[in-house]
Write a protein that binds this ligand. Structure first.
Ligand SMILES: N[C@@H](CCC(=O)N[C@@H](CS)C(=O)NCC(=O)O)C(=O)O
Length: 390
């Protein structure tokens, strides 16, 4: 979601490597350029035209303001709550064979690529979890959190609830936990400090150190396993840095495509069942109009080709070349690895869009995509609706 009230950081530069990962705390202020209430009033009362004017980004696939956005929000990093934050889960995914007793709540936008990535991970691992659908305008469901983006995962741990954030970090933290039960989630997050530094062009960047790494004893794995891990990391990065940027310019390519995309979001996100109709209309029409405009900027920023589809197809071909070179169903072999999960999750977020149908027709990604779906059907639990939306 792209919004205008972005964060202003104090300076503070450091980097930290995997070997000496420590939880680093630092203070900073978040100062909205427009006050939250003013933004809300604008959103509530604005017409679609005004919406475009104030730059409400609707249900975007990628943030425009990446350099000024906050990873942590104004609360402590990886906030811990002694009391359960107020939330109302929309549905639960229950896998009877899951005995790991991880009690997770996923706060999501149904078709946000980062949320899709986390959901794909949870489903691939057959983990039980609850889902809270967040409304994209007021974001009431995450009011309790200092972090203003989704996905957020709340994990019930001893003495309270641990907040996890950033799709890639969430996956790495949970994967580390599943592989080494001797570590508690609260210990594991110390290996994934939220960091802030200046990049080569002097811009402040926030990120989570080590987020592509799974923590384990490096001596306990063979060199072949190390190579596989490196490859997996490389493709996870590629999914976040290349693939995801091809989405917006494609699904919001024309005004009618943008509108169709938002109508699909509304349908699969169950917006009509969950949110007031004025908010749905605002999200669909305002979002489509705004994203059609914004996607042109994103196209330039990420060097997407004039014919946007070409960039999407190129990405898919690059990925399929890597998968095919393995001679196995997935990059991870007979089972999907974290790279398969990331790429699939991101593509899932556009599954109902024309761009995805075109992608299927023009590349051979359909075969791998369908195998992923089939594999997930076998590992995923069953959805149970929890909220009576009547
Ligand atoms: N790096 C983050 C990105 C999350 C993100 O940008 N989420 C968008 C939704 S697609 C969001 O919540 N944006 C809200 C905002 O920027 O205000 C991740 O991987 O989780």
């Amino acid at each position: 979601m792209w919004r205008l009230n972005f964060t202003i950081f104090r300076k503070g530069i450091f980097t930290s490597g995997i070997e000496n990962a420590k939880l680093k705390k630092f203070s900073y202020s978040t100062k909205p350029r427009f006050s939250k209430s003013a933004t809300k009033i604008t959103l509530v009362s604005a017409s679609v035209g005004v919406l475009i004017g104030v730059g409400y980004g609707g249900y975007t696939h990628y943030k425009v303001n990446v350099r000024k956005s906050s990873v942590a929000g104004n609360s402590d990093e990886y906030a811990f709550f002694a009391e359960q934050p107020q939330y109302k889960a929309h549905y639960k995914v229950i896998n009877d064979t899951d005995t790991r007793n991880l009690q997770l709540i996923l706060f999501q936008y149904r078709t946000c690529p980062f949320c899709c990535k986390v959901r794909t991970y949870l489903d691939a691992k057959g983990i039980n979890y609850e889902v809270v659908e967040v409304d994209a305008v007021l974001r009431q469901a995450i009011k309790w959190s200092g972090y203003k983006k989704v996905p957020i995962v709340l994990a019930k741990v001893e003495g309270g609830y641990q907040q996890l954030l950033d799709s890639t970090a969430i996956i790495s933290i949970l994967e580390t936990y599943l592989r080494d039960k001797s570590l508690q989630l609260r210990e594991i997050i110390k290996y994934y400090p939220i960091t802030r530094y200046q990049n080569d062009t002097g811009n402040e960047v926030t990120d989570i150190t080590n987020k592509y790494f799974i923590m384990h004893n490096a001596h306990s794995i063979s060199s072949k396993e190390k190579e596989d891990e490196q490859e997996e990391r490389r493709w996870r990065q590629w999914a976040d840095r290349v693939l995801v940027h091809t989405l917006s310019p494609n699904v919001y390519r024309t005004t009618s495509e943008a509108l169709d995309t938002f109508k699909w979001f509304e349908k699969v996100g169950g917006w009509r069942e969950s949110f007031p109709s004025w908010e749905c209309a605002l999200m669909v029409y305002g979002g489509a109009a705004a994203m059609w405009i914004i996607s042109k900027r994103l196209k330039k920023r990420h060097h997407i080709k004039d014919d946007e589809r070409e960039s999407l197809y190129d990405a898919a071909k690059e990925w399929m070349k890597a998968v095919d070179s393995k001679g196995t169903t997935f990059l991870g072999g007979d089972h999907p690895n974290l790279a398969d999960i990331s790429v699939f999750g991101i593509l899932c977020s556009i599954e109902g869009c024309q761009a995805f149908q075109d992608l299927r027709k023009n590349t051979n990604i359909g075969r791998w995509f369908d195998s992923m779906k089939y594999s997930l059907e076998r590992t995923k639990g069953t959805n149970t609706a929890l909220v009576d939306h009547a």
